[in-house]
Design a binder for this molecule. Structure first.
Ligand SMILES: [Cu+2]
Length: 188
């Protein structure tokens, strides 16, 4: 083999290798895009649809996130809304009740650092950013109790920051709810 032929030969080897890697990279990109589409459609995971703000300095004294308004509310139209506040290092309320197989809207915010939560193995999962209201609607398909840990590192007490969520049978839940009252499963 002449020197020229071997140069051409190694160039062909290099091009073939580059093409193989291009296919590998293309396949990884296609896999990631497919994962985004599947999680978006199948698990209904989606970015927040709007930006709603709240004043961190006054939310504990007036408005929607005062202590007496936190917990689960059943509206006159039967809609279930859970309001909660995160702060270093706890959630308020510490124990949340929701009905099974019913749309439940969460509205939550943080008073200090960035927090977040996920409820058991459900798709209820959000970040909580001071000054903003995080909101999403979900359904719980299984009755029972789940842990709701903070999943954004928020300081030295982060690992001790969690709440519980009790998913009750719908009639059990309705029997406990009273018009205008806020429900929780915090022991009094
Ligand atoms: Cu936290």
């Amino acid at each position: 083999m002449s020197t020229l032929e071997s140069v051409h030969g190694s160039e062909a080897v290099a091009i073939a290798a580059e093409q193989r890697w291009a296919w590998v990279v293309g396949a990884i990109v296609a896999l990631l895009v497919a994962m985004m589409i599947i999680t978006g459609l199948h698990w209904a995971a989606m970015p927040p649809s709007r930006v709603e703000t709240v004043d961190v300095k006054t939310l504990h004294v007036k408005g929607e996130f005062v202590e007496s308004n936190l917990g689960t509310a059943v509206g006159p139209d039967g809609k279930v809304t859970v309001r909660l506040v995160a702060q270093q290092y706890s959630f308020q309320p510490q124990c949340i009740v929701v009905p099974v197989d019913t749309p439940v809207t969460f509205r939550a915010t943080s008073t200090d650092a960035i927090h977040g939560f996920i409820i058991g193995t459900t798709n209820a999962n959000t970040m909580l950013v001071p000054g903003f209201v995080s909101t999403f609607t979900t359904r719980f398909h299984k009755a029972g109790e789940s842990l709701m840990p903070c999943h954004e590192y928020c300081g030295t007490g982060h690992e001790a920051m969690w709440a519980r969520v009790q998913v009750l049978a719908a009639d059990d839940f309705m029997a406990r709810s009273r018009a205008g009252e806020r429900l929780s499963c915090v022991a009094r």
